[in-house]
Design a protein around this ligand. Structure first.
Ligand code: 13P
Length: 248
């Protein structure tokens, strides 16, 4: 299976023209890569125009944030339905830089699937502790996101384990730590929903992924890919990372 590389552009770039240029630069390279599936999460303002001018299938688009509401009376919000109709196939839910509560994981995951978006649910503790409480935090997040889903929907979920303390750092977690958490997440899924469902769910790692650590991270058998922040918004650095990932 191809590794998923989620490019989370966060709040950059600042101009539509820069977003188009960045996308033009990376899409040429992505078109030649066979072993990676790129999911691009640009700022909402740019998603539709990027998706509308792209005719390939090597890049899929993800909304960074969807509203927890369905009705129209929500000034300033963008719904799952609007994103699904504007070129997105995926959406991010629960990223620590947003304001999603534990309950929003449940509400938004359900809504995303209802309107045909594949949810990428971010889970992860804000700090580690010696007593292992952080494991309970992650468990609660996983179970909350899946609470309202049918057995078929469960298998469509993507989790991204991204501990808050590992974002924006020089180094990612060790491959050993990432593997332990990927196994832990699958163990929760096996216990609660059975082995068949646990196998279908995809698990990514996010937090300071770069071309220096991508090889070690993608070697982890239980992991389906990575989420990349800063590096994904720099054409040169991201292309280097993609080329390495394509061979990993
Ligand atoms: P960095 O790769 O910049 O640490 O960001 C990670 C992230 O938040 C991706 O979702």
């Amino acid at each position: 299976m191809r590794h998923i590389i989620l490019a989370n552009w966060k709040m950059s770039p600042s101009k539509p023209r820069e977003a188009q240029e960045l996308f033009n630069n990376i899409k040429v390279v992505i078109g030649r890569l066979r072993a990676v599936q790129v999911l691009l999460a640009p700022p909402a303002l740019f998603l539709h125009s990027l998706a509308a001018t792209y005719s390939g299938n090597k890049v899929l688009f993800a909304a960074q944030k969807i509203s927890p509401h369905e009705g129209q009376a929500h000034t300033g919000s963008l719904s799952a339905q609007q994103f699904a109709n504007s070129g997105a196939s995926h959406c991010l839910i629960g990223h620590s830089e947003g304001d999603d509560t534990i309950d929003a994981l449940r509400v938004k995951t359900f809504l995303a699937l209802k309107y045909g978006l594949i949810p990428i649910v971010f889970i992860g503790e804000s700090k580690r502790d010696n007593s292992g409480d952080y494991l309970l935090v992650v468990r609660e997040q996983v179970l909350s996101a899946l609470q309202e889903l049918s057995p078929t929907q469960l298998g469509e979920i993507v989790f991204c384990y991204e501990p808050v303390w590992a974002i924006g750092q020089k180094e990612a977690l060790s491959a050993y730590d990432v593997q332990s958490m990927a196994l832990y997440i699958r163990k929760i899924l096996v216990e609660e929903y059975g082995a068949a469902t646990a196998r279908k769910v995809r698990v990514l790692y996010g937090g300071s992924v770069s071309s220096d650590n991508i090889v070690d991270i993608l070697k982890i058998v239980d992991l389906d890919g990575v989420a990349v922040g800063r590096v994904s918004a720099d054409a040169e650095e991201f292309i280097e990372l993609l080329k390495i990932a394509n061979k990993a």
